[in-house]
Design a protein around this ligand. Structure first.
Ligand SMILES: Cc1ncc(COP(=O)(O)O)c(C=O)c1O
Length: 416
């Protein structure tokens, strides 16, 4: 489908959504107009500088922390808000006769967005919840081993830790501090640590600490060879990188849509490969035992409808274009930051491991203090305490000028 046909389809979808929600005509037009504006091209390219104005971000901020929380597009915010207002007029009827169906359409749309089948995806509130469900579902026993890394976010491992405490299973952490490794070398580290007791490999798609993109396809081959369950913490990927869970080959994939997907806060996707659904404890029971439906009890329907709007928005821009833009901006940030003598870049050396996040460590000061000083100037970064480092996220509402402002502020701070 060409881009124009896609846009038309998305606009029709929005119009249908608006009609279903009895939204005022003006808002419907507003959405369409906003979407056309997002879609503005110059010289055949998207005008990325226009994206920022489609968010509600404070104009004065240099917001470089999508890895913690992304900014909702104005249009997504409005769909969510209007849906909520509509719901509150007649909660039981609007919620359970109408929005439950719209929300389930959004869930199916989310499945397609990450390359899954419709009956392989459940909505969650976030990655932590999805990873917890999976840790409970796999069925571990005493002395079983879960292979993971020393760079996992607490939300991705807390479920495994709990299961270990309950069953006597063990977490085995692989050291990923060395940024110079190739994807193949990383996989070899995992291969070397597999024992007859290993049951699971659980890793992030993109490490929250350094932004290193893990070689999931290669790890999934390894997992298949040894009949291990591969659980992926995808908090940092959908909306930043194109994600196709079938191509990745993992067994489960948990993500947070309130980061790079720019969906309402408290929304996440959980994928569980169909072949695995019979082998693990059902993770999201609905009425009866149909696990993969939005009908898992009462939900925040407006947020789920907003989730669908966020995916519409990204589809219009194109996940491939978004990935290319995000990586280019991250590379620009890398090149400018690498010119400072007094900092150590923590970016992977192999470009196949790049993502839209990078980290650096100022060697002559506490990085926490530096992040706080930048925050006072309206430059929002993330401190990574375990590495005494700073993380920079570059999303599509950022541009080169944001990086330039960061560099100027660093120079003014006396960093050489
Ligand atoms: C890799 C990773 N996993 C899990 C989480 C937790 O995300 P959430 O709070 O949305 O569950 C984060 C948050 O930054 C993360 O980066």
């Amino acid at each position: 489908m060409n881009r124009r046909a896609f846009l038309n389809q998305a606009l029709k979808h929005l119009a249908a959504l608006s009609a279903a929600l009895a939204l005022p005509e003006s808002l419907t037009e507003g959405h369409a107009h906003a979407l056309r504006r997002h879609y503005r091209y110059s010289h055949g390219e998207i005008d990325w500088h226009a994206i920022r104005r489609q968010t509600l971000l404070d104009e004065k901020l240099v917001y470089l922390n999508t890895g913690t929380l992304g900014a909702c597009p104005r249009h997504v915010f409005e769909v969510t808000q209007k849906t909520w207002e509509h719901l509150e007029r007649n909660p039981a009827i609007v919620g359970f006769r109408e929005l439950i169906h719209t929300a389930d359409e959004a869930r199916k749309q989310a499945a397609r967005f990450i390359g899954a089948d419709e009956d392989e995806v459940a909505f969650t509130q976030n990655t932590t919840e999805g990873m917890n469900w999976i840790a409970q579902a796999v069925g571990l026993h005493q002395d079983d081993e879960i292979l993971t890394t020393n760079h996992e976010h607490p939300g991705g491992v807390v479920g495994w830790k709990y299961v270990c405490q309950q069953t006597g299973a063990r977490l085995v952490r692989i050291d990923l501090n060395d940024q110079s490794r190739t994807p193949e070398e990383i996989v070899a580290l995992f291969r070397d640590r597999i024992t007859p007791r290993t049951r699971v490999i659980s890793v992030s798609h993109v490490l929250f600490s350094t932004g290193l993109r893990m070689p999931i396809e290669l790890l999934s081959q390894l997992a298949r060879e040894h009949e291990l369950f591969l659980a992926v913490d995808g908090a940092q990927a959908p909306g930043m990188l194109r994600v196709d869970v079938h191509a990745l080959g993992c067994d489960s994939y948990a993500s947070s849509s309130h980061k790079w997907l720019m969906a309402p806060k408290g929304s996440g996707i959980l994928y569980l490969r169909k072949a695995m659904q019979k082998r693990v404890v059902p993770v999201a029971l609905a009425a009866g035992f149909g696990a993969y439906t939005a009908n898992t009890g009462t939900r925040h329907f407006p947020g789920l409808v907003g989730h669908g709007a966020a995916i519409d928005w990204q589809q219009i821009l194109g996940p491939e274009r978004i990935e290319t833009r995000v990586l280019a901006l991250s590379r620009y940030a890398y090149e400018r930051l690498a010119a400072f003598q007094s900092l150590r870049m923590l970016r992977p050396r192999d470009v196949r491991l790049d993502s839209g996040m990078l980290a650096f460590a100022l060697t002559d000061r506490r990085n926490r203090d530096f992040v706080a000083a930048m925050q006072k100037q309206g430059i929002v970064l993330k401190v990574v305490p375990m590495l005494n480092a700073v993380r920079v996220s570059t999303h599509i509402y950022n541009d080169e000028r944001d990086i330039d402002r960061l560099i100027a502020a660093m120079q003014a701070e006396g960093i050489r």
